[in-house]
Design a protein around this ligand. Structure first.
Ligand SMILES: [Zn+2]
Length: 452
């Protein structure tokens, strides 16, 4: 064996068991009851061995609102590696008036040479005039079987109408593609934004007040209705409300193939954050109430929510200060590095079994998005592993985190349990607070369709 990880407690969706893992090259070669011998031996007694975290919702170096998100593909994936992330899925967003293929190539090029973990891309379609017959099939065959449509962001040139969503749902149903949506009712939130601005209500808290819960709830219900009528499947990105969760529960109970994602900030933070330095917490959808946090936690623990991602789209405090009215603040918050520590520590407090943790952070994103060699500790899979010390206590702070930022949304949060070693395709890239990977070592992963 090239590398062995001995005496760990291995966490899988089916159970937690003591085992030793042997790695040959980039793959898991054996899982054994007795300790293994190898060229390099890591003893992880007392620690947990989990599949590397897959963050299927990140925006590295994304142009937004006249600036660019603060982590590029290098800094963002190094920070991710410190947090146990071994694969990211970013977005190739079609610019209006251009073909989707140029965006895919451009995004690949931006990442290649910089990413330190493996990456894949969702195809985000914004202009169906420039999508020709057969293009959807071609995109799926290029290894991008998942799409993202924005049901809002009209001014930003990203929004598509319901007819476009319905047509894509129909087309992907036969091609086994997966449509994902950013679900917020555009007309209502545009009306409320204009109304608040007219009334001189410009502070960050009006960002949240212009996007109340029903703006998301209505839109998720609408997207589910269209999905059901198209006999297709749907992925809901960054769900933030109890109303959204109720819609998902009801759809799943009826047998509709709807999959839901939430993020740690929707589980942990409330709209009280908008009272002071509120711009730092402006993201869409916005932060909600404690009762939404708790409902979403229950959804994660009980299996109604399939994936926890980060929507990592960070801006430094000077970038966040650019907007003099709430509608001009760059949208997005950091999260890739704190995903696993926060979900582990806070999940345990809420009775989330470890099996469920690896399901929402690794196994489900791999299955849903067709990362067939990732997301599980099984012979033949990529040796993407994270070793977590359940005794390690830390206080989260931007000063010690590695994201390219001067604040953290979880500043001061005490966590117990922290990733200490990250292995990506058989290579130790983070160990004991040091990064050992090489810039650009990450690869573009062509994904397969129909896995959910
Ligand atoms: Zn996003």
């Amino acid at each position: 064996m090239d590398l062995v990880v001995n005496n760990g407690k291995v966490v899988t969706p089916q159970g937690v068991f003591q085992a030793n893992i042997g790695i040959e090259g980039e793959k898991i070669a054996t899982i054994s009851k007795s300790p293994l011998k190898g060229d390099e031996v890591i003893d992880v007694s007392g620690k947990l061995v989990m599949p590397g975290v897959i963050d299927p919702h990140v925006h590295m170096e994304l142009p937004f609102g006249g600036t660019v998100s603060a982590d590029d593909f290098k800094t963002g994936t190094i920070a991710g590696a410190f947090g146990g992330v071994t694969t990211i899925i970013d977005f190739a967003i079609q610019p209006k008036g251009e073909s989707p293929f140029s965006a895919i190539e451009a995004r690949k090029k931006a990442a290649e040479g910089k990413v330190v973990v493996d990456f894949a891309l969702h195809a985000s379609l914004t202009d169906m005039e420039k999508v020709e017959d057969g293009d959807i099939r071609k995109i799926i065959e290029m290894g991008l079987p998942s799409f993202k449509l924005f049901m809002t962001y009209r001014k930003e040139g990203l929004m598509v109408d319901d007819g476009t969503l319905f047509a894509l749902l129909q087309e992907t149903a036969s091609l086994k593609g997966l449509v994902g949506v950013h679900a917020e009712n555009a007309a209502v939130l545009e009306y409320l934004i204009a109304k608040f601005l007219r009334e001189g209500k410009t502070e960050p808290k009006y960002h949240a007040l212009s996007r109340p819960n029903f703006v998301e709830g209505e839109c998720i219900n609408r997207a589910i209705t269209l999905t059901e009528e198209a006999n297709s499947s749907l992925y809901i990105f960054h769900m933030s409300t109890k109303e959204g969760l109720e819609a998902v529960k009801s759809a799943k109970t009826r047998g509709v193939k709807v999959l839901a994602e939430t993020c740690p900030h929707y589980l942990m933070l409330t709209d009280e954050k908008y009272e002071e330095n509120g711009q730092l917490y402006v993201m869409s959808p916005p932060l909600r109430k404690r009762e939404d946090n708790e409902a979403l936690w229950q959804g994660v623990v009980n299996g109604w929510i399939d994936v926890v991602s980060t929507d990592h789209c960070p801006f430094r405090t000077d970038q966040k200060a650019m907007g003099d009215t709430f509608d001009k603040i760059p949208n997005g918050v950091p999260g890739i590095e704190t995903l696993l520590p926060v979900m582990f520590s806070e999940g345990l407090k809420r009775g989330m079994p470890l099996e469920r943790l690896v399901e929402v952070l690794s196994y489900n994103p791999a299955r849903i998005f067709g990362l067939e060699n990732k997301g599980a500790i099984e012979v033949g899979k990529d040796a993407d592993l994270v070793i977590l010390d359940p005794r390690e206590e830390r206080t989260l702070s931007y000063e010690t985190l590695h994201m390219n930022l001067d604040y953290s949304i979880f500043e001061g949060l005490k966590v117990k349990g922290y990733p200490v070693t990250t292995i990506s395709r058989g290579e130790v890239i983070v160990d004991n607070n040091e990064f050992y990977g090489k810039e650009g070592r990450g690869r573009f992963i062509e994904r397969v369709s129909g896995g959910w």
